[in-house]
Design a protein around this ligand. Structure first.
Ligand SMILES: Cc1cc2nc3c(=O)[nH]c(=O)nc-3n(C[C@H](O)[C@H](O)[C@H](O)COP(=O)(O)OP(=O)(O)OC[C@H]3O[C@@H](n4cnc5c(N)ncnc54)[C@H](O)[C@@H]3O)c2cc1C
Length: 509
């Protein structure tokens, strides 16, 4: 805990202009912008890491800490009834930066047309927000490392109808292929935590390292929060705890579907039936192939080769595998309407046993193999975050909508065609494709939608102004408010949510 609020101290008078719960992607960006407006900000963060650990800075090394409970909360999902009844790991980051400090660092905000499609009906125009986030052609966002295998993939994608483009974000159709754009600077991960450090007004921010337990309501107005150390009051509370914790915190505060709260033994202070519903993620499948003649991370992270990659990194060479995630290139494809049945295929330079996220993080296999990751870009399947006497239940609802199965099966066929075009053969599978898909998908870690934005309480949790329907003084601003996926990834779209929140309040970005 930092700042002058000490444990056990109850501040009954208004102690801040704004309390932000969660210092993840959205929370940090909001705190930065609010503090620059001269607002007194209290920023709560449950996790201790300050985001400066070396493995949170060197792009590839983050794979080594995603099994470490200090940096990442890992929970089992509910059995996925449309995905082999498996319980799948759901990962979220903790500490300054939240999930953005342990993520794959891939940087796609999504095309403007998709924002118009999703937010047009809500009356929000993201035009200027996206201009601030999209790649400036004069200073493009950095690219990941790439090698001869990446080049083969991009040529194959072009031959199969997804031509190489400078940046899919710049294409209204979101079509095309590219080496992955990443949030890095001089080979180090560089995202909005660095922006926060460089541009916030620290004299206006108190960071409190403690989990918020409950939002305090006075009738239908949020007045503050309760945590282990006491209570703090403010003019406004903004919940930015992410797509899993934000709906849960609302529920623990008595805000949610009355029947569910009652069954869980929680008070009902504000009956709001959509809290926790509409959770979405990208259901990600990988198909493996042998790639003779091409060493992948399976080889390059061992022995002398690993040493050489380290030396190249220290010398600032752009081809060191340490400078990017384990994937290097991606291609978006659509057979018909780009915003209906599109899918993405990414070249992943390793193979792993995905059922294991051990305390050693991602463990690469040894064979000379790579894989293609496949997912429907705009999945229709949705699940929920629920609370019960027995505990919480996270259900991403993978592949529950048949349309996603159809799109993913097309993606599998396309991935095999890409492998053939590259001159490789997919590893044989011993089951029909639909079975392989249902038994093989994992979380893409792009969780959204569990407090989705809607015109009124009949369709979601927050209005187009981010305020919780029917309450005053309480807003939600994080990945949970997105009504649908906006991009192939969710970090920059989350920053877009924070920037829109600021724009609506007239704060300078
Ligand atoms: C392993 C992984 C890989 C990913 N890869 C990519 C990628 O390559 N590209 C991409 O665009 N996106 C990626 N993402 C997704 C992206 O990082 C998230 O969409 C984004 O960070 C969500 O931001 P958020 O603000 O909603 O939540 P978060 O960034 O998760 O922040 C929420 C914060 O709230 C804190 N918190 C929660 N509850 C409380 C409480 N009660 N009190 C106080 N604090 C609390 C948490 O500790 C956390 O710091 C990945 C995510 C993960 C987990």
């Amino acid at each position: 805990m930092t700042g002058y609020w000490r444990r056990g101290m109850n501040l009954s008078a208004r102690a801040a202009d704004i309390i932000i719960i969660g210092a993840g992607a959205a929370g940090l960006e909001l705190a930065r912008m609010a503090s620059r407006q001269g607002l007194a900000v209290v920023l709560f963060e449950q996790g201790a890491p300050n985001g400066r650990h070396l493995f949170q800075r060197i792009p590839l090394m983050v794979g080594k800490i995603i099994g470490n409970r200090r940096f990442v909360d890992a929970q089992d999902s509910a059995p996925q009834m449309a995905a082999g009844n498996r319980k799948l790991p759901v990962l979220t980051g903790r500490g300054l930066g939240g999930s953005s400090r342990v993520n794959g660092n891939v940087a796609y905000a999504g095309p403007p047309e998709r924002y118009r499609h999703v937010f047009g009906p809500l009356g929000l125009d993201f035009g200027s927000v996206l201009q601030g986030l999209h790649v400036d052609p004069a200073a493009p966002r950095p690219l990941s490392w790439a090698d001869a295998l990446s080049e083969k993939f991009l040529m194959a994608a072009a031959a199969q109808g997804s031509p190489k483009v400078p940046d899919p974000d710049m294409e209204d159709s979101f079509a095309g292929a590219s080496v992955l754009h990443v949030n890095t600077k001089r080979g180090l991960r560089h995202n909005h935590l660095e922006g926060f450090r460089a541009n916030a007004a620290p004299q206006n921010i108190r960071i409190i390292r403690a989990p918020v337990e409950r939002i305090i309501l006075d009738g239908k107005r949020a007045t503050g929060v309760a945590y282990e150390g006491g209570e703090i009051y403010a003019g406004e509370v903004v919940l930015s705890a992410g797509a899993i914790s934000s709906p849960l915190l609302l529920m623990h505060s008595g805000i949610g579907a009355a029947d569910m709260l009652q069954a869980a033994g929680l008070p009902v202070l504000h009956d709001l039936s959509h809290v926790g519903r509409h959770l979405k993620d990208h259901a990600n499948l990988r198909l493996q192939f042998s790639c003779p003649g091409h060493n992948t991370l399976n080889q390059k992270t061992r022995g002398v080769r690993a040493l050489w990659e380290g030396v190249k990194y220290l010398l600032g060479r752009k081809d060191s595998i340490l400078r990017g995630p384990g994937a290097s290139a991606g291609a978006n494809f659509a057979n018909g309407d780009i915003f209906s049945d599109a899918y993405r295929i990414q070249l992943v330079h390793f193979t792993q046993d995905r059922s294991q996220v051990s305390d050693k993080g991602i463990v690469f296999e040894r064979a000379q193999k790579a894989s293609l990751g496949i997912y429907a870009l705009w999945p229709k399947s949705e699940g929920s975050v629920r609370i019960a006497k027995e505990g919480t239940q996270i259900d991403p609802g993978f592949l529950t909508d048949p349309a996603d199965v159809v799109t993913s099966l097309r993606g599998m066929a396309q991935a095999r065609a890409l492998m053939a075009e590259m001159g490789f053969a997919p590893d044989p599978v011993d089951a029909p494709d639909e079975e392989v898909l249902r038994n093989g998908v994992y979380s893409g870690y792009h969780l959204i939608g569990s407090n989705r934005m809607s015109v009124d309480a009949g369709g979601g949790v927050v209005g187009p102004d981010f305020a919780v329907h029917g309450l005053r003084g309480l807003s939600v601003c994080d990945a949970s408010v997105m009504p649908d996926h906006l991009s192939s990834h969710s970090y920059l779209p989350t920053i877009a949510m924070a920037r829109m929140f600021a724009q609506l309040r007239g704060w300078a970005a």
